[in-house]
Design a protein around this ligand. Structure first.
Ligand code: CMC
Length: 372
């Protein structure tokens, strides 16, 4: 094997087929099961999109009603999971706490040892229903607030905000949050999804794949970027500082979080929809300085590097305006992407081949162990 055959980071390497989503950087489009994600974000609930990603078609009215009833009934936080979250020091990152909670949910799942498709669909549904409660509970305990019980009269997105904040969201807040969840749900062979497929390819269980994927998502080059965007916004402080801050950050060879993408080189297909959603929150809160900073930094980055924002760039400030604490942003990404991960787990299992690439050795030549 020669060096030329090595693609660092698997850049540009097609490793398998998928029928779940299609990213086309040339036309700047993203399709979930053939449907443009922008249309899904405009017209569908998060529950409908989850069903679509798992089953390949949008649900009928009857299928949706039955699914919603199961999801709503499965929201309460298991007391054993609650106990484990309570044991975690508040110095622990919420992604580490969530990874641990999801792992315990796997141990406690009634079908833990069962990997047939029907069982995996039920496990995926249970995770979708349970994760918001884990995230909300953790943010509230860090704030010294009592937990809020889920409400079965609210859809998934509204209930998520209700259990986190203990008050009903405005229509704008609920809609913006729903849109962000739809946009985050799936994105082909990104690092965390590929991780889930690698784990599944060894015939390990769905929860092992999801726990590993949570770990992969945490890093700032992937999901951790939405948190890092807000850290940068806080560091910059106000719009007039954006250019100077960027100059210093680039001179220090820092990566600017929320910019760039491995697949899209002319802009992320999801950004215009999320930016429009962010604008609605900006208007509702009168937070025009946030939009000004957003624009100044994006323009400066484009002028200096020609690099465009990715989805994490508008999501970060949107989650801040919704009231989430910055370290909770990436757990929100988990709550949505768990749908994509589990769809890929089922697809991988249905036509499995062990994922085991090769490496080119460049260590010392063979040598003899000195006599001891
Ligand atoms: N800030 C500064 N320079 C950048 C950035 C950035 N955000 N992104 C790319 N570059 C530069 C990079 O330094 C390199 O320059 P040079 O050729 O001079 O060394 C050039 O652009 C090519 O970048 P690359 O790192 O080879 O590109 P990649 O495809 O390996 O990286 C990326 C993609 C997402 C890891 C990278 O753009 C990045 O680190 N972005 C910041 C983190 C981020 O926002 N991640 C979220 C990704 S999308 C949503 C998600 O998964 O959550």
């Amino acid at each position: 094997m020669t060096d030329q055959e090595i693609r660092k980071g698997l850049a540009g390497v097609v490793v398998d087929t998928t029928a779940i989503s299609k990213v086309n950087p040339e036309t700047n489009s993203l399709l979930y099961r053939g449907y443009p994600v922008q249309q899904l974000a405009e017209r569908c609930s998060f529950e409908q999109v989850a069903w679509l990603l798992w089953y390949g078609e949008l649900p009928t009215a009857e299928e949706l009603a039955a699914f919603e009833a199961r999801e709503r009934a499965g929201r309460a936080l298991d007391p054993r999971v609650r106990h484990v979250i309570d044991e975690a020091p508040t110095s622990a990152h919420p992604m580490d706490v969530l990874r641990t909670a999801v792992s315990l949910a796997g141990v406690l799942d009634p079908e833990a040892g069962d990997d047939d498709r029907e069982a995996e669909l039920r496990k995926a549904e249970r995770l979708l229903a349970a994760i918001p409660g884990m995230v909300a509970y953790d943010q509230r305990r860090r704030r010294g607030q009592e937990p809020v019980e889920p409400r079965e009269d609210l859809d998934w997105s509204r209930n998520f905000l209700w259990t986190t904040f203990g008050e009903e969201p405005t229509d704008v807040a609920a809609d913006v949050f729903r849109i962000s969840m739809v946009l985050y749900a799936e994105h082909s062979f990104n690092a965390s999804t590929f991780t889930a497929r690698v784990v599944t390819s060894t015939l390990a269980d769905l929860h092992s794949a999801v726990v590993a994927a949570v770990g992969a998502l945490k890093g700032p080059l992937h999901g951790g970027a939405n948190e890092a965007v807000m850290v940068a916004f806080d560091e910059i402080g106000f719009a007039d500082r954006a250019e100077a801050w960027l100059g210093e950050a680039l001179a220090a060879k820092r990566k600017i979080m929320g910019f760039g993408h491995r697949v899209y080189k002319h802009g992320d297909s999801r950004v215009p929809t999320m930016r429009a959603a962010l604008d609605r929150l900006v208007d509702e809160h009168g937070a025009h300085e946030v939009a000004a900073l957003y624009d100044r930094l994006a323009t400066a980055m484009d002028e200096r590097k020609g690099i465009k924002p990715n989805l994490d760039y508008p999501s970060g400030p949107a989650y801040a305006l919704l009231g989430f604490d910055t370290p909770t942003f990436t757990p929100l990404f988990v709550a949505s992407r768990v749908v994509g991960w589990t769809a890929h787990v089922m697809e991988q299992r249905a036509a499995n081949a062990l994922i085991r690439p090769l490496s080119a050795y460049d260590g010392p030549a063979e040598r003899e162990v000195p006599a001891q």
